[in-house]
Ligand binder design. Structure first.
Ligand code: COA
Ligand code: NAD
Length: 712
């Protein structure tokens, strides 16, 4: 094989076959340099009389996982991907795509522009563009339905979910599925070899290029095609997420318009959508999730090995964490305080697993294998063998300190000690052990087997490799980890507190809980703040308020409505009453008695209720979140604004398409946010005074986005 090298495409010749190997780690995204190299390499292959066929493959983990999302929203630098795809299709020699890993978005479009496709059995293909608020923009909406028909193409594009190679073969998108290589052999090399054999077979049979734009199998039944488009259009979608509807338009255009016109139609839809708030917010969310993993500790240290996790406390959280750890293939040792509590804890885990089986996410055999990795005990000594222990006992310092002392006595040297505390001081907990460097906070969210967020709380003494271990464990458990410093409530609950303070003030000033909830739902939260309180149980925050009462500033405004409800035993859904009445299941109804109770609180304070519009509710609630976010940044609790966004998206139901509170603030304009805060602060300076960081950004004409890249 003669070898030549380009920066992002490796070129090699093998007896008339030209291999173009894409080489842009880690996932071969189709950035500008790669596109230019590909276009050049295709032109060279087309012109070289010694080349009879071309194989396009990719090195490393995967065939291209898409366009380079970091280039989105910036002025495009040619060649653009549609043009590269067209050049591939126009190649006068057969072009075979050899795919492994995940061929997603632009990667799949590249493959569809090739004349034939070979894929490994473990390959998955998909169009995730819709999850970024976009349509495929490099011919995907035009080429895919020509092969697979409208129904299959629409399902793939509107769901955004990847499908396995065999499903792609059934759609006609893959010509040959080849078995995965034995362990030890590289997937990339195996599929490249299979594709080379396939290409030789084509040449032997005298088969030439087969441009997808000329194919029409997918148009064979125009009535069925039109029906699939109509059905896709009829699927309900909110108006702020127009991508799915535009996908249907594009797939319809594939049938109705000549190929070139269809491409132009698709490009126009792509560009329209790129400018929407949803596309910007969704892109921000995608990049923020990955940026969150860039923390100084991970650059400085490697994670410790974790195969067995110890969990102390099998309550709501402990059981959920155990279930998630078992799913991730880890061994679990669960310690409870007595046999009765242990039985309950194990039953909770079993219940989670049974539901997974019912939903088809777990097989009975899989359950057996997981259960065999679980040890339940009341003996702390059983923790001697674990690599990392998480305490999830009651939220009381002395209880947790007792557990930490007991763990310190039995854990092996080098094991990590983690706490799932929601609010308590991780440094103070670390100080009760003889190994504060091994102590880290791992703040999971409820239900822990479902919620993706974990705040990794870094104490004063926490060793970098203990932090790295927290991140690695979270990733293994399929979670998204965000670094937080030590503070009361870490990132998420600090912002939640500010949010609740703002809405409690509104409640006392004249809004009803129902109007506040409706205003926040209209913004995009799945539930309003009072619905969330009812769901979680009002007693949790009541206990915390009672704990903090002795240190509360007596001059600070305190809204006691929640206390009044708790004093009556109205703890929320479980109790049948909270801010709402639950006479008929989980859908709460407005409760005149709650409104009367709020009125009484107002009267006692001499507050004359005023009419408060939904816009003002949202303005205050969001300004409070962003201002608290700015304080978290000033204090160094959060590394960067986008980390705060990730926490709020994954832990608190902030609408993903808005990108998170800090990105929302940038979008709205920090100047207008400052104006709002100053207006609110005129009446209530102690809560509303703008954070100095915010003033600083406005003064310098900067945004939170400017801070995102700067950190770590
Ligand atoms: N554009 C730019 N960067 C991308 C990217 C893309 N389309 N896809 C992945 N990356 C980057 C990630 O930011 C990350 O960078 P980092 O290591 O500097 O943080 C790196 O590639 C690895 O991605 P990650 O998601 O951490 O790896 P994974 O193995 O968990 O998942 C994928 C791999 C491909 C499944 C996942 O990255 C993915 O879904 N990518 C997006 C695909 C997409 O939406 N494509 C459509 C664009 S048109
Ligand atoms: P829970 O009351 O449901 O469970 C606590 C469990 O700990 C009980 O099963 C109890 O028997 C056990 N336990 C108590 N003392 C023990 C001891 N000494 N040894 C062994 N087991 C002991 O509480 P939860 O909701 O699961 O919360 C646990 C922790 O997780 C708390 O710190 C809480 O703040 C935190 N947290 C809770 C949530 C949530 O939404 N509930 C979310 C994030 C974090």
């Amino acid at each position: 094989m003669a070898e030549g090298a380009a920066r992002t495409v490796q070129v090699a010749d093998d007896d008339g076959l030209r291999h173009l190997e894409i080489d842009n780690p880690p996932v071969n995204v189709l950035g500008q340099a790669l596109r230019a190299a590909l276009a050049e390499a295709i032109a060279a292959a087309a012109a070289d009389p010694g080349v009879r066929a071309v194989v396009i493959s990719a090195r490393g983990r995967s065939f291209p996982a898409g366009a380079d999302i970091t280039e989105f929203g910036k002025p495009p630098v040619p060649p653009r991907l549609p043009e590269v795809c067209n050049r591939i299709e126009a190649c006068p020699k057969p072009v075979v795509a050899a795919m492994h890993g995940t061929a997603l978005g632009g990667g799949l479009e590249l493959a569809l522009a090739a004349h034939y496709r070979v894929g490994l059995e473990s390959l998955r293909i998909g169009f995730p563009e819709v999850t970024l608020g976009l349509v495929p923009g490099a011919g995907g909406t035009q080429r895919m339905p020509r092969i697979a028909g409208a129904a299959a193409a629409l399902e793939l594009m509107q769901s955004g979910q990847p499908v396995p190679a065999r499903a792609a073969e059934a759609m006609g998108v893959i010509d040959l599925v080849v078995p995965d290589p034995a362990p030890g052999e590289e997937a990339a090399a195996a599929v490249r070899r299979a594709a080379a054999d396939f290409a030789r077979g084509l040449l032997a049979e005298g088969l030439g290029p087969r441009p997808t734009s000329m194919r029409a199998e997918g148009f064979a039944d125009p009535a069925a095609y039109a029906a699939a488009v109509a059905a896709a259009r009829a699927r309900p979608a909110p108006s702020h997420l127009p991508a799915a509807a535009r996908i249907a338009d594009c797939v319809e255009a594939a049938l109705l318009l000549p190929f070139e016109a269809g491409l132009a139609f698709e490009r126009a839809a792509f560009e329209d959508l790129m400018a929407t708030e949803a596309a910007q917010g969704l892109r921000h969310a995608f990049l923020a999730e990955r940026r969150a993993a860039r923390v100084p500790e991970l650059a400085a240290a490697s994670p410790r090995r974790v195969e067995v996790v110890g969990i102390v406390g099998g309550g709501l959280m402990g059981a959920g964490i155990a279930a998630a750890a078992l799913t991730a293939g880890l061994g679990v040792v669960l310690v409870e305080r007595d046999e009765a509590a242990l039985d309950k804890g194990l039953a909770r885990i079993a219940e989670i697993k049974e539901r997974a089986i019912e939903k088809g996410r777990l097989t009975s055999a899989g359950f057996e294998a997981e259960w065999a990795r679980l040890i339940g005990t009341t003996e702390m000594a059983a923790m001697a063998g674990v690599d990392l222990a998480i305490e999830a006992v009651f939220e009381e310092f002395e209880v947790k300190a007792g557990v930490f002392r007991a763990l310190d006595a039995v854990l092996r040297p080098g094991a990590v000690l983690a706490t799932n505390t929601s609010y308590l001081d991780v440094d103070a907990l670390a100080a009760v052990t003889g190994r504060p460097a091994d102590v880290v906070g791992l703040h999971f969210f409820s239900p822990a087997h479902v919620m993706k967020l974990v705040e990794v709380v870094v104490g004063r003494a926490t060793a970098p490799d203990a932090v790295a271990t927290g991140f690695a464990l979270a990733r293994r458990m399929g979670k998204i980890a965000v670094r937080s410093g030590v503070t009361d409530g870490f990132i998420g609950n600090r912002i939640l507190s500010a949010y609740r303070t703002a809405t409690d003030f509104l409640l006392e000033d004249g809004a009803t809980p129902y109007a506040i909830d409706a205003a926040m739902r209209a913004f995009g939260f799945p539930l309003g703040p009072y619905q969330v309180l009812d769901l979680a149980g009002l007693e949790i925050s009541w206990a915390r308020r009672k704990r903090l009462a002795p240190t509360r500033d007596p001059a600070a405004r305190y809204v006691a409505v929640g206390d009044r409800l708790c004093e009556r035993g109205w703890f929320g859904q479980k109790a049948g009453r909270g801010y709402y009445r639950y006479d008929r299941g989980r859908t709460g109804e407005e409760d005149p008695e709650v409104l009367a109770l709020i009125d009484a609180e107002r009267a006692a304070k001499g507050i004359i209720p005023r009419a408060i519009a939904a816009d003002e509710i949202r303005a205050r609630a969001l300004a409070a979140m962003v201002n608290e976010g700015a304080r978290l940044l000033e204090e160094g609790i959060a590394l960067r604004p986008s980390d705060i966004d990730v926490v709020m998206l994954h832990g608190y139901g902030f609408p993903r398409w808005r990108g998170g509170p800090m990105r929302w603030a940038d979008h709205t304009g920090l100047r207008s946010l400052r104006r709002d805060l100053m207006t609110f602060a005129a009446a209530e300076p102690e809560f509303w005074t703008p954070a100095p960081l915010l003033l600083d950004l406005v003064g310098n004409g900067r945004s939170f986005a400017d801070l995102d890249e700067a950190a770590a």
